[in-house]
Design a protein. Structure first.
Length: 266
């Protein structure tokens, strides 16, 4: 296992996440030998480290210290349960705790190998809400997206609200932050068809979804940028979702989920 000294050199969130996974590994290894028991005790010293201070609120740190004190009196299955309690508590603080029905690997991470990945890519054009970006990552994980390009100006994928909403899917879907000029060069040099999720386009039930391609999604207020929209218009054009309500548009994450499901099932 990684040494405590090495853990103290990691970035804040990485240190907390790695510590959480180590508690999960130790829970699976119980009964522990003397060396593992000593390592478990040393892990709890990280709860007061600078990395944990940066990530956890004071009340969260105090709760962890209470859990750490209980470790000394636990054995067998009780110890395993408490170690896993700490594991899931830390993941919950990070906003990346898996649900009981998620497909996870032996380390407790979402098992990306279980995904069905298609030749479908997304461009997120200056989506400002970390909540929406996290929701789109979760839909992308479910509906076969191979890669997400985030145009510079998008909210940070490491923002706590994005991580909380994505539920770990920022780790399972490949992604890249890219300047618009660089992306335009990439797209112009690609033979893949492009289309935009925008108003004024062909209805989703009639749209000719490509087997391989790239979908461009813009923000709710300004939509897709003129340069990106021009490339889409020269390829497959626009896709629109018919609505029957009073609002002029859907939440962008909801619209993206509807589009991705249709593309996935075509």
């Amino acid at each position: 296992m990684i040494t405590i000294a090495k853990l103290r050199t990691l970035k804040d969130r990485t240190c907390v996440r790695k510590t959480a996974l180590l508690f999960h590994q130790l829970a699976s290894a119980i009964p522990l030998d003397n060396q593992q028991r000593a390592y478990l005790a040393s892990l709890t010293t990280l709860f007061g480290s600078a990395q944990f201070t940066q990530v956890l609120a004071e009340a969260e740190q105090q709760h962890l210290l209470l859990l750490a004190n209980r470790l000394e009196s636990k054995e067998g299955k009780d110890l395993a349960i408490l170690c896993d309690d700490i594991h899931y508590y830390l993941l919950g603080v990070l906003g990346s705790d898996p649900s009981d029905w998620d497909l996870v690997d032996q380390s407790g991470n979402l098992d990306a190998s279980r995904r069905r990945v298609l030749a479908h890519s997304l461009v997120l054009d200056r989506l400002r809400s970390p909540h929406n970006i996290g929701s789109i990552f979760r839909s992308a994980d479910s509906f076969g997206v191979k890669k997400i390009y985030l145009v510079e100006g998008c909210a940070d994928v490491n923002h706590p609200r994005c991580l909380r909403t994505s539920r770990g899917c920022t780790e399972t879907v490949e992604h890249e932050v890219i300047a618009e000029d660089e992306l335009l060069v990439l797209l112009r040099g690609s033979s893949l068809p492009l289309f935009a999720l925008e108003t004024g386009g062909k209805s989703i039930d009639l749209f000719p979804f490509p087997e391989e391609g790239i979908a461009v999604i813009g923000g709710e207020e300004l939509g897709v940028s003129p340069s990106l929209l021009e490339l889409c218009e020269a390829s497959l054009g626009r896709l629109s979702i018919e609505m029957g309500g009073t609002k002029g548009s859907l939440n962008v994450a909801v619209a993206a989920g509807i589009m991705l499901h249709s593309w996935y099932t075509t």
